[in-house]
Design a protein around this ligand. Sequence first.
Ligand code: CA
Length: 224
Amino acid sequence: MTRVLLAEDDEAISAPLERALKREGYDVEVAGDGATALASALRGVDLVVLDLGLPEIDGLEVCRKLRAAGSAVPVLILTARVDEVDTVVGLDAGADDYVTKPFRLAELLARTRALLRRGPIERTEGTEVLVIDPEARRAYFHGEELHLTGKEFAVLELLYRERGKVVPRDQLMREVWDAVWYGSTKTLDMHISVLRRKLGDDAAQPRHITTVRGIGFRLDLDPD
Ligand code: CA
């Protein structure tokens, strides 16, 4: 069944639109804010109908993050902000088409059908290996969400912020555990080894998280 994600916070718009899309035979999921929309879209849908004015993460940012995470799902923008349409549909945010509010239902359904027929377009440009979303505390690796505990996320976020550089152990202990470093960092090592596993690193020869002996760790996103 064709899965459509409808990201729209205004129920006066989403309720009738949901009904119309269901009548077309689609499996419809509604998200009322940007963070939920992004998470649902990354779990895999066939089309995203995306309102620009969404709470938490706005639609433009949702679209950018989707593309940055490597998702090729077709995105149809709903917007009342006609002046922003160029930015949105352009390479910038990576949306595929748009409909301006107020829209005619028949028009929107026609665009929907056209995008579904066309299907996803793989974009290699602008794709990032690792996407960190600090507000939603989520991380995506090659387009798949990583399931991380709070501390694992914090370690990865810090390594990511300093990627390509060595982050000293005492800095990690201080910023993540709020602890003064007395020499033992067993907890930190445990978290690093879990993160390595989640990033697909070989324990003996990690590609992404390198141990810099006597200092700390370095995150490399282009190990080749
Ligand atoms: Ca809105």
